[in-house]
Structures are given as structure tokens and as C-alpha cells.
Design a protein around this ligand. Structure first.
Ligand SMILES: [Zn+2]
Length: 389
């Protein structure tokens, strides 16, 4: 027993430096994914629990195998220290195995290795595909704003925004306040990329580093925000994007549009007095429009909130509420909105996500475009095949 207790000291290794030549090792890493299952032993047919998943420490992500893992499982995001982990190579990539000899215990995120921006490879925005860790990025802060969120029982502030370089733009979510200001150029290291609503999102926390840089090669933020609209077909092909601009004609509204009831707690729309999460609630009236925009190459949905719907539809929530008292049929409001919006040309900017029903844009701005009758007539003529060639 004594020999098992006094395990010889092993070197602490960062995941990017893993090599089968140095094993066993000590490591500190975050559990990114954790899947527990049972395997049948060939020798006697007995079942043995096994977990596998992904570990990361900010320098790299590697697969792990854990024999006899904790029965209660481990929550994603938990940081562990493992002493005596074995390193193997599988298909040319190192992996770690926690055996009966490995001591695995909880650790604090502060024990994770500090990531120096110079040591990790440079990535462009276009190369940020989840899951990804251990890179540095140079980008322009296009916009950033704090938002208060509830995490479990706790109120926390997350700084959300958009970063861009010459290759594209990516959504940002920072749990640490780096004092980011729109327009400045930064070098970021120690973050990770996850998928959020089908799009890559760069997440920063307390172990990330942000350095201000000159950024002469980076795009001008106003240029980015004024980028000309692209065809809807192209936006569809690209699966949406963090900074999408399109222009098209309103060809319809999707339900629910007009007056809707929202849950007072989570703002989800309420059907028959029931919130999907909070059950029976006293729904609050809101005004919205799910606009179908078409530019001739394709169509997409723009989820307009109350302010945009009021402005474009020329109808306030109070007007709508008053009308509902006179004529208790909410579908009349949707019809009126459709009448006012149909055929209007809109330029929409925002973030776009794609699912089975196509691309949906969460708008940052919706601007009606003055229609030049000559060019519209020409466009129509071209579409109908009668244009001058
Ligand atoms: Zn709710």
C-alpha cells in the first residue's frame, strides 16, 4: 500500500506540450465534454465504467479516457488537477488516460496555466470554428456592451459584442471586464470558441489576456458597419453570420406577428397562458413582426422587436392595445401590420443564424430604403426578362 501512496513526483505539463515520451504527468485542465458509459470486459464479461471527453487548459484541447470515473459524473466546465495521468498517441495526436493510479481532484480556474499570446498560433476570424482553444487573434472591437444575466442564483455581467478582422466578424462574450471600447484594436489570447445559436462565439474569461495593438491592418469599424448588403442567397450559403447586411422587399409576415403575449420572467412568447419554461403565467402584451424579406435571390426572416415594429408599422403598442379593447381579435393587428409593410424595401443589419427553416436575422438596425422608381422599374423589367441587354 505504501508504494501506491507515495507516488513519485511527475512533471506538470501543459496540454500543448503533451508527448508520449513524457508520461505519466501532472496536469490542470477544464472538462469541456464528459460522456460516461460502461464497457464489457472480455475476460470475465463484467461491466466497467468509463468516461471520455475533451479537456482543455487554454493552450490546447485533447481527448481523455477515464477509467472508473466519479459515479456522480462531472459537470462541464469543472477544473481538475490530475497527478499520474498517462499520455498516449492516437492517430498522431496525444491523448491522456486517467487510470487507477491517477489521482484526480478539483482545482480552481486560477490554477490553469497562464496563456502567453506569443506562444499560441495566430488565427483569423474565419478560422475560428468551435471547439477551439489555444490561439491568439488580432481584431477590431466593432461594438461591445455589458448585459446583466442570471447564472444559477447569481447575477453576473457579461460583455457582449462583435470583433472583426479582414476575414470576417465573430460574436464576443466576455465574463471578465477588459474595458473593451468600440473601435480599438486588440490582441486576444486564452479565449475559446464555442457554438452559440449555430454560430461561432469567442468566449473570454478571467484567464484570457487582452492587449491593445496598433491594428493598422484591421478594418475600420465604421466601414464594417456600413458594409454594403449582400445577396440573401450568399447569406444562406454562409449560414448567416455575426454581421449580416441584406436588402430586400417585404413579401410577408410569419406568425406570431402583431400582438403577442410574453412571459414576464423570460420574455418567451406565451401560448394559451402557458410559458414553455414557467408554466401558467400572466402574459404581458408585446408587439413584434416576423418579416419575410426577399431580394430575388432568396428570402429570410427578420425578427423585429417592439421598437422596430412600432416605427415601421406606424402603430404603437398602446394603439394596438386600445384597438384590441374595441375589437378583441388580435389577428386584425397582424393584418394591419402586413398591409403597412408589404412591398416595402428594407435594409437590415444584424446577426443571422440558419436552421432547417432558413436564415433568421436578429436585427440591430432596420432602415426603410427610399425607392427609386426608375431603378425599381428597371429591376422589375430585368427580372421579367424584358430588360435592355
Ligand atoms: Zn417564462
Amino acid at each position: 500500500m505504501a508504494s501506491r501512496e507515495s507516488a513519485p513526483s511527475v512533471p506538470e505539463v501543459r496540454l500543448k506540450d503533451l508527448s508520449p515520451a513524457v508520461s505519466p504527468i501532472e496536469l490542470v485542465a477544464r472538462i469541456v465534454t464528459f460522456d460516461r458509459r460502461e464497457v464489457t470486459r472480455r475476460a470475465d464479461g463484467s461491466r466497467r465504467p468509463l468516461a471520455s471527453g475533451l479537456l482543455s487548459d487554454g493552450t490546447a484541447s485533447v481527448r481523455f479516457t477515464w477509467w472508473d470515473p466519479p459515479r456522480e459524473g462531472l459537470e462541464r466546465g469543472t477544473v481538475v488537477r490530475a497527478v499520474g495521468a498517462e499520455v498516449r498517441e492516437f492517430r498522431g495526436r496525444p491523448e491522456v488516460t486517467f487510470t487507477w493510479r491517477t489521482r484526480v481532484g478539483p482545482a480552481s480556474p486560477a490554477e490553469l496555466p497562464r496563456v502567453d499570446g506569443e506562444e499560441v498560433p495566430f488565427r483569423t476570424v474565419r478560422e475560428l470554428v468551435a471547439p477551439l482553444e489555444g490561439f491568439r487573434l488580432e481584431a477590431r472591437v466593432v461594438r461591445v456592451a455589458p448585459r446583466s444575466v442570471t447564472v444559477g442564483e447569481e447575477r453576473r455581467v457579461v460583455h457582449e459584442g462583435l470583433l472583426a478582422d479582414r476575414t470576417g466578424a465573430v460574436a464576443l462574450s466576455s465574463w471578465s471586464d477588459f474595458g473593451l471600447v468600440a473601435g480599438e484594436a486588440v490582441r486576444v489570447a486564452g479565449g475559446y470558441v464555442r457554438t452559440f445559436r449555430g454560430r461561432p462565439q469567442l468566449v473570454l474569461d478571467e484567464r484570457a489576456t487582452v492587449v491593445r495593438i496598433e491594428g493598422t491592418d484591421l478594418p475600420d469599424p465604421t466601414e464594417l458597419l456600413r458594409a454594403p448588403p449582400r445577396s440573401i442567397a450568399r447569406v444562406e450559403d454562409e449560414g448567416g453570420g455575426a454581421a449580416v447586411a441584406v436588402e430586400g422587399l417585404v413579401v410577408g409576415l410569419l406568425p406570431p406577428s402583431g400582438l403577442v403575449y410574453r412571459c414576464p420572467t423570460c420574455q418567451r412568447s406565451v401560448k394559451n397562458g402557458l410559458c414553455r419554461v414557467h408554466g401558467q403565467v400572466d402574459g404581458q402584451l408585446d408587439l413584434r413582426a416576423r418579416i419575410v424579406l426577399d431580394d430575388g435571390t432568396g428570402s429570410l426572416t427578420v425578427n423585429a422587436g417592439r421598437a422596430d415594429t412600432e416605427r415601421l408599422g406606424g402603430l404603437t403598442l398602446d394603439d394596438a392595445r386600445r384597438r384590441l379593447r374595441d375589437q378583441p381579435d388580435p389577428s386584425l393587428i397582424a393584418e394591419e401590420l402586413l398591409e403597412r409593410l408589404l412591398g416595402r424595401r428594407l435594409r437590415v443589419r444584424g446577426s443571422g443564424t440558419r436552421d432547417d427553416f432558413g436564415v433568421t436575422i436578429t436585427p440591430e438596425s432596420i432602415e426603410p430604403v427610399e425607392v427609386d422608381l426608375d431603378s425599381t422599374a428597371e429591376e422589375l423589367a430585368t427580372r421579367l426578362g424584358g430588360g435592355r441587354s
